[in-house]
Write a protein that binds this ligand. Structure first.
Ligand SMILES: *Cc1c(COP(=O)(O)O)cnc(C)c1O
Length: 371
């Protein structure tokens, strides 16, 4: 009998798939309850940017046509926003697409790529899928200045001849931990030129301006630096799947060779180009997040639960015991959170910051489950 699992490419055989948060509709069917709220996938509780919604009205009749394969309109807008040439920009079907393109373009079975323990689950998947070796570097302990964050010194010392790429998310998911501008800059400066540093800034918009680190400021200094961004979080467009990276034009040129010619759909291109200028929405998203974060942090303090101080739109909470039963109890009370046992954090749940009313519901549920 032919074993189609064994026939898969060697890197693919070793993969376990990414486990997404369950959709609300599926859980409502399973549990037979309604009014479920989802605080599991770091989505924007305000919905999509209104300017994005507005922009796609009247665009439906263009759906018979292929999208602009170069994403001209969106790239113009991004080029203005970042003050970079258009040839530094690569668009993706979510920034996930861009992360995969980077791995496909630069990693082979002769290479390895480095990432931190407790960082985004997509990194090892992208690395292994192309048959490269993935090197997970132990994270800093809870009792450090950046609890569960990247140990940059250890990462630096793990770089060897075969290392081609390093993935760092700042702020990091699922921990929310965060590196300072000087920590990151000093690190990138020490990385050899032939190792590409991928700085994933999916949550950048949520970090307060005074501590926000925008790695794109270093692109002219470091040709091996790639910045990834997304419209899925603060812009509220997760369902559209649009993200991008900023890099040296040579790297963008390489990515463009393997990119699907129409990897970003036409409505997503239009929505994203409009969302960029929706400053009012962005501000509101940040304000709602700051407020909701305070509500959740206060409840954790009250219940004596430790958490990682977060610069993202979610909080990693340690329940001090196996969190799966707590997750299940919360589910039955109508709140979906994200278990992170797959990240090696079996006692923790990652809770997305929702609207004020969602957070009130969340803390009520925490009282019932932990009180
Ligand atoms: C959500 C997230 C992304 C963005 O994914 P998209 O594919 O753009 O939706 C990227 N990196 C991290 C760390 C994330 O948490």
């Amino acid at each position: 009998m032919t074993d189609y699992k064994k026939m898969a490419a060697p890197g693919v055989q070793k993969l376990s798939p990414y486990i997404p948060g369950k959709p609300i509709s599926e859980l409502e069917r399973e549990l037979g309850i309604s009014n479920i709220i989802k605080l599991a996938s770091n989505e924007n509780p305000l919905g999509p940017s209104p300017m994005a919604m507005q922009a796609i009205q009247g665009k439906m009749d263009e759906l018979a046509l292929y999208p602009d394969g170069n994403g001209f309109e969106l790239k113009i807008a991004l080029s203005k926003k970042h003050d970079l040439d258009m040839d530094c920009i690569t668009l993706g079907n979510g920034s996930n697409d861009v992360l995969v393109l980077l791995a496909e373009a630069y990693l082979t079975p002769e290479h390895n790529a480095i990432y931190s323990q407790y960082s985004f689950a997509v990194y090892p998947i992208a690395i292994q899928a192309v048959g490269a070796e993935h090197q997970m570097i132990p994270a800093l302990p809870w009792q450090s200045n950046t609890p569960l964050g990247c140990d940059l010194d250890l990462m630096k010392s793990a770089i060897n001849e075969q290392t081609r790429m390093i993935f760092i998310a700042n702020p990091n998911n699922p921990t929310g931990s965060f590196l300072s501008e000087s920590q990151l800059y000093d690190f990138i400066k020490k990385v050899p030129e032939d190792v590409i540093v991928v700085l994933d800034e999916a949550y950048l918009e949520y970090s307060p301006e005074e501590v926000r680190v925008d790695g794109s400021q270093w692109l002219s200094e470091f040709k091996n630096l790639v910045i990834t961004r997304t419209f899925s979080k603060a812009y509220g467009l997760a369902g559209f799947r649009v993200g991008y990276c900023l890099s040296h034009p040579d790297i963008a040129n390489v990515l463009n060779r393997i990119r699907q010619p129409f990897n970003v759909n036409s409505l997503a291109l239009t929505a994203a180009a409009a969302a960029i200028n929706d400053f009012e929405f962005l501000e509101k998203s940040m304000a709602v997040n700051t407020h909701g974060m305070k509500i959740l942090e206060a409840k954790c303090e009250e219940l004596g639960l430790r958490y990682v101080p977060s610069k993202g739109n979610f909080l990693l909470v340690d329940f001090g015991k196996e969190a799966m039963p707590i997750y299940q109890q919360m589910l039955e009370l109508g709140v979906i959170t994200r278990p992170v046992g797959n990240y090696g954090l079996p006692n923790c749940l990652r809770i997305t910051i929702g609207s004020e009313s969602e957070m009130q519901r969340m803390i009520d549920v925490m009282d019932q489950v932990c009180g």
